[in-house]
Design a protein around this ligand. Structure first.
Ligand code: SAM
Length: 224
């Protein structure tokens, strides 16, 4: 997608992340590096996700932000990783970090990829601004772009309810953060032909306000 099309995605989420993109890229360390927000158990889920994929597998980092999870995945396995994000500013940062990779500015509920394009989808803290009612549309897109047997890994703040976020990374923003319940999210995935095979509910660390949830699932072979 060219830069001229970058601002065609409306919405407060894109505006907010555009505003914070540079600070986000500077302040949030790559997963696995000192000071990152991930716990060892979270990283173990990512490692199992990477390890479950064949060498060279096509992987989409959906809601890639500034690309720090791509940097981490690159340390784990030789994968053909692409990224997408609703925020043009975040994609700009991701392109800076990964100039040779392909990125798209797009909402996860409407992905510009063909059916069965990927063997893996990572959605790491990118469903956190989507209410539960919006998740089936996102999961249906993940199912569509995955090959049968393809792998999906979700990371998110776990719980119920939502919160207004008015400051982030030194900027005034207007964002809503949604907590997702693990059994409910797993049921929504199963409704979209995913088979959930692992989940983790982790207690918050001292730096976190909420429990953290992770779900690993595979696309069943029932639909193309
Ligand atoms: C908390 S950041 C996480 C970024 C990255 N996955 C990471 O771990 O650093 C959330 C990202 O999801 C993106 N995002 C939120 N809602 C989205 C949607 N509906 N479609 C695509 N991207 C979305 C935001 O623009 C933001 O870059």
């Amino acid at each position: 997608m060219n830069e001229g099309a970058l601002h065609s995605v409306p919405g407060a989420d894109a505006r907010a992340y555009n505003l914070v993109s540079q600070a986000y890229a500077e302040l949030i360390p790559t997963a696995g590096r000192e000071g990152d927000p991930e716990d060892e158990q979270d990283l173990a889920m990512v490692r199992r996700f990477a390890g479950s994929l064949p060498s060279g597998a096509a992987v989409l980092d959906a809601g890639c932000g500034a690309g720090r999870m791509i940097t981490y995945l690159d340390t784990l396995a030789p994968l053909a990783i692409e990224g997408c994000d609703i925020s043009a500013g975040m994609v700009r940062q991701a392109r800076k970090a990964h100039p040779h990779r392909r990125f798209e500015v797009t909402a996860m509920s409407s992905l510009p990829y063909g059916d069965g394009s990927f063997q893996g989808v990572l959605a790491w803290y990118s469903i956190i601004h989507t209410p539960s009612a919006g998740l089936p549309a996102v999961f249906a897109e993940f199912r569509r772009i995955l090959r049968p047997g393809g792998r999906l890994l979700l990371g998110f703040q776990a719980g119920t309810g939502s919160r207004r976020i008015t400051t982030a990374y030194g900027h005034a923003v207007e964002l809503t953060g949604y907590l997702h319940d693990i059994p409910e999210t797993a049921a929504l995935l199963e409704g979209e032909d995913f088979q959930v095979d692992e989940h983790l509910l982790r207690s918050p660390t001292a730096a976190e306000r909420y429990a953290q949830g992770f779900i690993s699932a595979g696309k069943s072979g029932r639909t193309a």
